[in-house]
Design a protein around this ligand. Structure first.
Ligand SMILES: [Fe+2]
Length: 326
């Protein structure tokens, strides 16, 4: 006799029937609790992954970040996929009452995303460090090759970062300090492509030599081109000799010149005036202030010059690197 027949017989004889009671065992309770723990932990991990990725997208605007459109598309696509995965995760967890296997898939999916992100950030950091080491080596070569520039790059870097600390908050937000620091350090890296006879000439350059010297911002960009980490600072280096009146090397005017390039130009001018070179003596801070004031509005940005000249003399003098002699 089948179970169906027994039920039918009991019903026919007036016995009370009751719906089948699911077997609730300790094991099933344990598995359910475990499911919930895995699903909640996985969801929290996914939220942390999204937060980490968002921070990477919107706060990493230093030498690591690429301005390349293709890279931006990939980065945003990856972000959309993360969001899609998270929505799918929540949907499955809430509406489909996942079993233990499904909970494990969701949880380990979140762990996998976390591992991939960590690996990606580590590789990017490593690439950044290698690029910075190469840049530091290049600056060492400039210093060694040109006695006139010994310590100048570091001096401009120190001055620029001191200048940055005095900028109003609105301007600071426009520039990544890390990128500015490296752009100012490497602003003259293109002088590696200028003949030593011109760099170390113990007299003023003639017109022909000046034409060669004026190519150093373009050469700098070419030198740094293979180092993708410096993509977003190449324009700052390219335009560090522009003048706000449009009579610079590339004829850019005022706001057309990147803010960072206008900042570096002032620090570069101050350093060039106050450091000793083979063809001239070092000038005093007061002389530098006078020359820079006169150049405001023609060669240098007037508003930025006002801010720069508001920096106390003692602060600017702290920016002199040890090897730079006055
Ligand atoms: Fe320069």
């Amino acid at each position: 006799m089948t179970a169906g027949h027994k039920i039918a017989q009991k019903t026919a004889t007036g016995f009370q029937t009751s719906p089948p009671v699911p077997q609730v065992t300790v094991l099933s309770i344990y598995m359910n609790v475990l499911n919930i723990i895995f699903i909640i932990t996985g969801a929290l991990l996914m939220m942390a992954n999204i937060y980490r990725y968002l921070r990477f997208l919107y706060t990493t605007t230093d030498v690591l970040s690429s301005e390349d459109m293709k890279d931006k598309i990939w980065k945003n696509t990856a972000f959309l996929l993360l969001i899609f995965f998270f929505i799918g995760y929540v949907f499955i967890a809430v509406f489909s009452r996942p079993d233990f296997m499904m909970a494990m898939v969701l949880f380990w999916g979140s762990v996998f995303v976390a591992i991939v992100l960590t690996l990606m950030f580590t590789l990017l950091q490593s690439a950044k460090e290698r690029s910075i080491e190469i840049a530091e080596a290049l600056v060492g070569v400039i210093d060694a090759r040109d006695s006139n520039l010994n310590g100048h790059s570091r001096h401009v870097q120190e001055l620029t970062m001191m200048f940055y600390s005095y900028l109003p908050a609105g301007m600071k937000r426009e520039i990544s300090p890390i990128s500015l620091s490296y752009a100012s350090l490497m602003h003259d890296v293109g002088k590696l492509g200028v003949p030593e006879s011109i760099l170390n000439k113990p007299a003023k350059l003639d017109d022909n030599e000046w034409e060669i010297m004026k190519k150093h911002p373009d050469i700098g960009v070419k030198i740094l081109k293979p180092l993708q980490a410096f993509d977003n600072i190449s324009n700052w280096i390219l335009y560090h000799h522009e003048r706000v009146d449009g009579k610079g090397y590339h004829l850019l005017k005022a706001e057309e010149i990147p803010l960072a390039a206008r900042i570096i130009a002032i620090a570069d001018t101050y350093s060039a005036i106050t450091m000793r070179r083979s063809y001239k003596d070092a000038r005093t801070h007061e002389e530098a202030v006078r020359i820079i004031s006169e150049a405001a509005g023609t060669q240098l940005d007037e508003e930025l010059v006002k801010i720069f000249l508001g920096i106390p003399k003692e602060e600017l003098e702290k920016c002199i690197p040890e090897q730079l002699e006055y």
